[in-house]
Design a binder for this molecule. Structure first.
Ligand code: RFL
Length: 407
């Protein structure tokens, strides 16, 4: 190690075929697939195990993603405990419009909170399949990604020493604020960004959902959404200005706005409960192209962020993880390079398809409140079309459920 090396001050390096940076749904799924094939890997995570098992986020998982987890032996608890959703409901103009996507397509959504999925995946990876994992690591650095022997180093939380791991491949699964994407020279990656100019107040309430399905309130005062998470906990969203302070949304204001924006003839008002999470999300997307650089392969939010408008982010993370995990296994056990060679292209097709749908859906949610009568008029037409045109309904259902045969 030279003094200028990014791994300076380290001891003897460890050796693993694959280092996975990040223990979210993407990283733990890649790790689980590798371990099932007998491939050793090391997962590095900045958070503690308790932290990653509790962080509330996604809930809606698409049928193909559940089947993908099941095929890889990662869906045991999910299949037992997750709820199946067969319809969603739009509310606009003071009326309710139920959209029975199961009747139209034969497919459904699964609702399983992300912390439960992460808990299952970390247990399967570390406790059942014996995968190595280090929690609480600091200052992760990547080196020699273009050579045959890349390396990753980190500060060990116990000793404070820099540990070095030499590997064959690095899976960058460290989410939107990780370091792996940043390790790529800017002239080698194109990052395409989109900012919706919209904020969502994301809420978790200790209250049962007021309807058995996802609700979308397209109201002139702004969008409101209800996403059931469990019989005791419900996620709500309220459109707000980007960068708004959650402190501007005391309990009374939240429930008044939810009642107003989700109100419709014959609809039960949202059941009030203690708000256990309240944060403002600025709605924006990005896509990094390509998703592989030498021996580094990005997956999930590390490669692309999709605003939670269409509940697609974790689904995309799982799609990447299936392709990456399977391709790494093929390369390391059969010397088959084809999966890794096509990895970026194969991921990006679904990524762009979901980004386009999110953009389309954003107008459906927010156009009524855009303050522009022309946009409000076209949005109302788009909403009505979903309930008057079978072709429009079928197209929406296919994209909402992610059931297109090819992307
Ligand atoms: P994650 O889950 O962010 O995991 C990354 C992990 O990497 C760790 N990390 C590092 N580790 C090592 N070294 C570093 N330098 C590191 N930096 C970070 C982090 O601690 C973390 O543990 O990324 P991953 O695996 O790509 O998974 C992505 C999903 O988490 C995300 O797309 C979804 O949560 C998005 N999303 C939804 N997706 C859906 O498919 N369906 C939904 O219903 C849905 N609802 C949501 C959502 C996201 C939300 N927020 C908070 C933006 C609802 C919300 C409110």
């Amino acid at each position: 190690m030279t003094p200028s090396s990014p791994h300076a001050d380290s001891g003897a390096p460890q050796r693993f075929p694959v280092v996975v940076v990040g223990a979210g749904p993407a990283g733990l799924t890649v790790g689980g697939i590798l371990r099932a094939a007998g491939v050793d890997c090391l997962v590095l995570e900045t958070g503690t195990r308790e932290f990653i098992e509790r962080r509330p986020r996604a809930g809606v998982i698409e049928e193909w993603a559940v089947r993908g987890l099941e095929r890889r032996g990662l869906a045991g608890n999910l299949l037992e405990r997750a709820e199946r959703h067969t319809a969603c409901e739009f509310r606009f103009g003071g009326e309710r419009y139920r959209f029975p996507y199961r009747e139209l397509t034969g497919s459904h959504h699964w609702v399983y909170p992300q912390p439960l999925l992460v808990t299952d995946l970390v247990r399967e990876y570390a406790d059942v399949r014996g995968g190595a994992i280090r929690f609480g690591v600091r200052d992760v650095r990547l080196c020699d990604l273009d050579g045959d022997r890349p390396s990753v180093s980190y500060l060990c939380p116990e000793s404070g020493r820099r540990e070095v791991v030499v590997c064959d491949f690095v899976a960058g699964c460290d989410g939107a604020r990780g370091v792996t994407r940043a390790s790529v020279a800017p002239d080698r990656a194109r990052v395409a960004r989109h900012d919706y100019g919209i904020g969502w107040l994301a809420l978790l309430a200790e209250a049962p959902p007021s309807a058995d399905c996802v609700l979308f309130g397209c109201h002139p005062d702004g969008f409101a959404g209800q996403m059931p998470r469990s019989p005791e906990v419900t996620r709500y969203y309220l459109q707000c200005t980007p960068g708004d302070d959650p402190g501007n949304w005391p309990h009374e204001r939240v429930w008044t706005e939810l009642r107003r924006r989700l109100g419709a003839a014959g609809a039960a008002p949202p059941a009030e409960g203690r708000l256990i999470e309240k944060r403002v999300l600025d709605m924006h997307d990005y896509v990094t192209e390509p998703m592989s650089f030498g021996r580094l392969f990005l997956a999930g939010d590390a490669a692309h962020l999709v605003a939670p408008i269409a509940a697609k982010g974790m689904n995309l993370a799982l799609h990447d993880a299936f392709l990456l995990g399977d391709s790494l296994v093929a390369r390391l056990t059969l010397d088959d390079e084809s999966g890794l060679a096509g990895y970026s292209r194969d991921c990006l097709r679904r990524v762009w398809d979901y980004q386009e749908f999110s953009q389309w859906l954003s107008e459906l949610y927010h156009g009524t409140a855009a303050g522009d009568p022309f946009r409000a008029g076209t949005t109302q037409a788009r909403l009505r079309r979903l309930f008057t045109s079978p072709a429009a309904a079928a197209a929406f259902a296919e994209q909402y459920l992610g059931t297109a045969a090819r992307h």
